[in-house]
Design a protein around this ligand. Structure first.
Ligand code: 3PY
Ligand code: MG
Length: 263
């Protein structure tokens, strides 16, 4: 089976730079996959993406050096299994708040006897090779999103889940629940402490620590802080920001206007 390079990167403590796609397009997914990302995630939760688009995006990413991942819209075993069958090499699951939820998530990603994933690997066989069923349990990456106060309280129990590779902080939701306002780069003391706690517990459990970021610089800061897996913004933010920079240059302005793109 095609190995999952993200697992090796984590073992070797190499940073993983992950692209994040909200635009439902195989073409833009293919472009993203050719830019140098280690992995590219199809975001089914807040992206404008249905299953048919996700399938063509996973196909497009598969034709690039990047490893294809998906963020599901909820902890739904049927959706998780279908995206794995479609060739996602890892799943990011939002709103994991208890060990039971983490267990349900990981079970959906693992064939028996480790889990309850139903058999029918479809496109995963084409991308992964005919021995996919034998090795999928080892190669598929599982990241639980920590983005609620309850998830933070249950962090150790979540990280104890067998077969869970790590956690991914959703800083917008986490700061919303902790401080009352959503901000991916929140400097609120409670948020700063929460992020440090996730890093500390991941180190103690030898699990991957990931976080969503809103720029390349923010992602670099998170890597320096100790994170292994970062997103330097999503496609929508990058498209908006590149457009504003180009427009400002065309108008002879020094700084791009502030505009809205992404969240
Ligand atoms: C969050 O910041 O809450 C996320 O889910 C990132 O997409
Ligand atoms: Mg979130």
């Amino acid at each position: 089976m095609r190995k999952n390079p993200l697992k090796a990167a984590f073992r070797e403590q190499q940073p993983i730079i992950n692209g994040w796609l909200a635009i439902p397009s195989g073409y833009s997914a293919e472009i993203a996959g050719h830019q140098g990302y280690d992995s590219v995630t199809v975001d089914m939760q807040h992206g404008m993406i249905d299953f048919a688009s996700a399938l063509s995006m996973l196909q497009a990413i598969s034709a690039t050096p990047a490893t294809p991942l998906a963020r599901v819209n909820t902890n739904d075993p049927a959706q998780i299994m279908r995206l794995l069958d479609a060739g996602a090499w890892g799943i990011i699951c939002p709103m994991i708040s208890t060990a039971g939820q983490a267990q349900q998530f990981v079970s959906a990603c693992r064939y028996p006897p480790l889990g309850n994933r139903s058999f029918g690997p479809a496109r995963a066989l084409l991308y992964g090779g005919k021995d996919y069923p034998q090795y999928a349990n080892e190669e598929i990456l599982t990241l639980a999103m920590i983005e609620t106060r309850e998830g933070l309280d249950n962090l150790d129990a979540i990280l104890d889940t067998n077969g869970l590779d790590g956690v991914f902080i959703g800083p917008n939701d986490l700061s919303l629940t902790l401080t009352g306002s959503a901000s991916a780069e929140s400097q609120h003391p409670e948020m700063l402490a929460a992020v440090e706690r996730v890093l500390d517990r991941c180190r103690a459990h030898n699990k991957l620590a990931g976080i969503f970021c809103t720029s390349g610089q923010a992602a670099a800061n998170r890597l320096a802080q100790g994170f292994h897996f970062v997103t330097p913004a999503n496609d929508v933010m990058q498209l908006g920001s590149a457009a504003r920079t180009a427009i400002a240059a065309a108008r002879g302005e020094t700084a791009p206007a502030t505009g809205t793109s992404g969240y």
